[in-house]
Design a protein around this ligand. Structure first.
Ligand SMILES: NC(=O)c1ccc[n+]([C@@H]2O[C@H](COP(=O)([O-])OP(=O)(O)OC[C@H]3O[C@@H](n4cnc5c(N)ncnc54)[C@H](OP(=O)(O)O)[C@@H]3O)[C@@H](O)[C@H]2O)c1
Length: 273
């Protein structure tokens, strides 16, 4: 089961998985009417719940690959983040909360997925997460950073959430191997919410200096399907087929558990609203 399979790294990985003979189920907002596609908007918790229910009708997937993400830019003055359907910071809702909601949908089933691979980012090292602030602001803030809202820092915070989620999931799901993968800097549509001037200036640089999605898909496919991954410990952070240490904050089990609990409350609120 793949999220974010409609473009960029996810799309390139889906192509590789098809070559390997995988049977795929895709979730996204821009489906092409294929039989194995379901509508999924990760920023809308009711949509996530409907998606997991639909997927489970055919059983719990063996492998779950999370590629979906957004970087929302906030209002033009840069003071406030964009908000999701459920009223949470939209980047946090899409990249972190929606992913936890999706995974918890498979918790407690008789069969557990063999593997969960989350496409993460080294930017997590610049992230700050304070579960207490998430609780107090009802998911509108991930921390109390000083200064104006900064979309890239906010995205980095959401990628630290991914790392903490993997740390927690590795503890909760004993029979599942949970891995995060850094794909490097890749030329994809991830910057689509940035202003047109940014797109124009950065396009030639991105095309020359960054990896292609096909290159990045190699590391993701390796984490999903390589025999060599068998010896790798659950909760590991993979970079180009090797285990690296993620940030100390990303390995903080206590914070990971607190974040899980706070997100759990927001998810239940969002679903019942
Ligand atoms: N590009 C980089 O340099 C880079 C570096 C480090 C990590 N990453 C990570 O790599 C992963 C893949 O990103 P990418 O670079 O390939 O970007 P991308 O081409 O923009 O792909 C992002 C995917 O996320 C899906 N998506 C976004 N919002 C969604 C929502 N609300 N619900 C469901 N799906 C949603 C999009 O699908 P639809 O629009 O069809 O719904 C799209 O397929 C992300 O986790 C990103 O954080 C990227």
């Amino acid at each position: 089961m793949v999220t974010g399979g409609s473009s960029g790294i996810g799309k390139a990985t889906v192509a590789r998985l098809k070559d390997l003979g995988a049977t795929l189920v895709l979730g996204g907002r821009n489906n092409r009417g294929l039989r194995n596609e379901f509508y999924l908007d990760l920023s809308d918790l009711k949509s996530v719940e409907r998606f997991t229910r639909a997927v489970k009708e055919d059983g719990v997937p063996d492998l779950i690959l999370s590629c979906a993400a957004e970087i929302y830019c906030g209002d033009p003055e840069g003071a406030e983040p964009d908000l999701s359907t459920d009223g949470y910071d939209a980047t946090f809702a899409t990249n972190a909360l929606g992913l936890q909601a999706l995974l918890r949908g498979f918790e407690g089933e008789a069969k557990q997925p063999e593997k969960v691979v989350i496409v993460a980012s080294k930017l997590e090292r610049q992230g700050i997460i304070d579960p207490q602030v998430i609780k107090e602001t009802r998911g509108r803030r991930m921390n109390r950073r000083e200064g104006k809202f900064d979309s890239v820092k906010n995205y980095a915070d959401s990628k630290l959430c991914n790392q903490l989620l993997a740390t927690t999931l590795a503890e909760r799901w004993k029979n599942t191997k949970v891995l995060t993968v850094s794909p490097g800097m890749v030329d994809t549509g991830l910057w689509r919410n940035f202003p047109p001037w940014f797109q124009t200036i950065s396009m030639p640089i991105r095309a020359v200096a960054l990896r292609t999605p096909e290159d990045a898909a190699l590391g993701v496919t390796f984490a999903l399907a390589a025999e060599e991954i068998e010896g790798v410990e659950s909760g590991s952070f993979m970079v180009d087929g090797r285990v690296e240490e993620c940030s100390e904050a990303g390995r903080d089990k206590e914070k990971g558990r607190m974040l899980w609990d706070v997100c759990e409350e927001l998810i239940v609120d969002g679903i019942n609203r």
